[in-house]
Design a protein around this ligand. Structure first.
Ligand SMILES: [Zn+2]
Length: 246
């Protein structure tokens, strides 16, 4: 058996049934009196006394206690590279600028849902990796966006690099982007184990984050799709993150 490392007493689902037990000290003699004087049938006694505690537990579970849930929780979304490091380039398009727009779009949808967020800048600001890594600590989930590049201009597809513990989330993130961009999944159904990544160990991932590669900037068709549909993919990424934290 594994115990949860928090006090159970703060929950109404625990408090209310305990109060109910004291309430029974009054209720039981009252019911007994009603039965004795034949004001209610015998069986009501058993039904009512048996239902009070579970009903209070249900009520306690049902009443929202927002102050107890996710007090300090937040989602980190960051853009790869920085204002001084453009990342991969195709014509006039720079990876750092495209993923900054994507970060802003995801941040927009998360905020709309009332999710607290941390980002490596607002607007066209894109702070460097060290800043991004510092934002991971304490987050429920941290995601950084990049675009792939290859000398083979035909290479395409979506992948998310993550630690094995985040495999499912990585696959879910890749899946929605691949669908929005009508692209394909790379790696293990969209997941790349950091140890199998050609880039070696990535600081953002070693510190607990996930890196989503939003297609190949070097592939003209995929770059065009990104520019046309990145809002769609960003909305779906936000949905996956929202489901993950809720
Ligand atoms: Zn990159």
């Amino acid at each position: 058996m594994k115990l949860i490392n928090e006090s159970a007493w703060q929950y109404l689902s625990v408090k209310l049934p305990m109060l109910g037990a004291f309430f029974m000290l009054i209720l039981i003699p009252l019911l007994q009196w009603l039965v004795d004087y034949k004001l209610i049938p015998d069986q009501y006694y058993a039904v009512v006394t048996g239902l009070v505690i579970p009903a209070l537990a249900w009520l306690g579970r049902k009443i929202a206690q927002p102050n107890l849930h996710n007090v300090n929780s937040f989602v980190t979304v960051t853009a790869g590279h920085s204002n001084v490091d453009p990342g991969a380039i195709n014509g006039k398009f720079k990876e750092a600028e495209l993923v900054t727009k994507f970060r802003n779009a995801v941040a927009h949808y998360l905020k709309e849902e009332g999710i607290a967020i941390k980002t490596d800048g607002v607007g066209s600001d894109n702070h460097n990796l060290n800043t991004a890594i510092k934002l991971i600590k304490g987050s429920d989930v941290a995601v950084e966006f990049h675009m792939n590049a290859a000398s083979n201009k035909a290479a395409y597809g979506i992948e998310t690099i993550a630690l094995p513990k985040d495999k499912k989330l990585a696959q879910d993130l890749s899946k929605v982007v691949a669908k929005a961009f009508n692209s394909k999944l790379r790696g293990d159904a969209g997941w790349i184990d950091q140890s199998q990544s050609a880039r070696g160990k990535l600081g953002f991932i070693s510190n607990g984050g996930l890196i989503v590669e939003l297609g190949f900037i070097s592939n003209d068709a995929e770059l065009k799709t990104f520019n046309e549909k990145y809002w769609l993919a960003a909305r779906d990424i936000a949905d996956v993150l929202i489901r993950h934290v809720k």
